[in-house]
Design a protein around this ligand. Structure first.
Ligand code: ATP
Ligand code: MG
Length: 303
């Protein structure tokens, strides 16, 4: 891991360090990194909010609050409600001017960690209606919708140490809104040649957001996911290091069955125990949390 200077993260208008986990390439580990980095920050004593901006809702499902598993009656998700189909106000209502539920605030849809024993942090879940978001968020101001919502959340008295946002695998308005609200991006990539092209497109997108919005966006880290010690991985990491040198620490996560099992059972890796030992995964996400503390000059809070 390269050594980055202290405090290289950008603190947005809410005053709360906020990190968007992005990459328009699918299946790279964005959701895995969001769920488990948030959990590691919480384990280190921080109050965390996670926001599921992806219509696929994998973050919400990965915390057990999507549909149950009818192939496995013992799956703990079966005992939890499916928050993706609620008739109550949802994230789409917050992000768009919806005549049905206009003026919905983010604070109305936050699921507090105290509501469920297995939750280590608060969650703004996704919802089945979020599939409409890309069509409805069709003007320039829509890109600011999440930032405005987060400013409102703070005005409503919510105070977090960190906010993390899981982005969908695209460069749509939803991802832009997340990048603008967060001003910090944590990348999850697989170390293959095709991933480099995806990152080039992502840099272009980030630069254009910086220009258009007149804001600075920091890269806070890179998860080299499903890492294997081979030539291709090394070449990818060298190229990344060349562009980002000391700025963005790189974390290597190999293929680990527990990552998939934890998600399947609706648990973060700190809430999940199976016959294998989970210390490799937990240690890595604790290291990521430690790096985020350094990026924003915060320290671990004693429980
Ligand atoms: N290191 C790993 N070891 C084993 N399984 C993993 C690992 N990382 C991710 N997975 C699994 O791979 C799948 C894709 O990961 P994940 O959902 O985190 O990617 P994503 O980038 O969020 O995908 P999408 O682009 O669809 O949002 C998931 O089923 C996840 O559990
Ligand atoms: Mg995802």
């Amino acid at each position: 891991m390269s050594e980055a200077p202290h405090g290289w993260g950008v603190v947005p208008s809410t005053g709360i360090p906020t990190i968007a986990f992005g990459n328009q390439k699918g299946g790279t580990g964005k959701t895995t990194a969001t769920i488990n980095s948030a959990a590691a920050l919480a384990v280190r004593g921080h109050d965390v909010l996670a926001i599921d901006m992806d219509p696929q809702a994998d973050l919400t499902k990965g915390l057990g609050l999507g549909p149950g598993d009818d192939t496995d009656p013992s799956n703990p998700k079966n005992d939890l409600p499916n928050r993706l189909v609620t008739d109550d106000a949802n994230l789409l209502d917050v992000l768009v001017d919806n005549p049905r539920t206009h003026d919905t605030n983010l604070s109305e849809i936050v699921i507090e960690a105290s509501e469920y024993e297995h939750l280590n942090y608060d969650l703004v879940p996704s919802h089945k209606d979020m599939g409409l978001a890309r069509d409805w968020m069709d003007d320039a101001s829509a890109r600011l919708a999440l930032q405005t919502a987060l400013d409102g959340l703070v005005e409503d008295g919510y105070d977090y140490d960190y906010i993390v946002i899981d982005c969908p695998p695209d460069l749509s308005v939803l991802t832009d809104a997340a990048f603008i609200a967060a001003q910090n991006v944590f990348l999850a990539a697989q170390t293959q040649a095709t991933s480099r092209d995806a990152l080039d497109d992502l840099w272009d997108q980030l630069e254009s957001i910086e220009d258009n919005q007149q804001i600075e966006i920091a890269i806070v880290g890179l998860l080299a996911n499903m890492y294997r010690e081979d030539g291709q991985s090394r070449k990818f990491l060298e190229a990344f290091d060349e562009s980002f040198a000391a700025m963005a620490p790189i974390f290597k996560l190999p293929m680990r069955v527990a990552i998939q099992r934890a998600w399947d059972n609706g648990r973060d890796i700190f809430e999940w125990e199976d016959a294998n030992d989970q210390h490799v995964e937990r240690d890595l996400f604790l290291e990521i949390a430690d790096t985020m503390e350094r990026a924003f000059d915060k320290t671990q809070v004693e429980a």
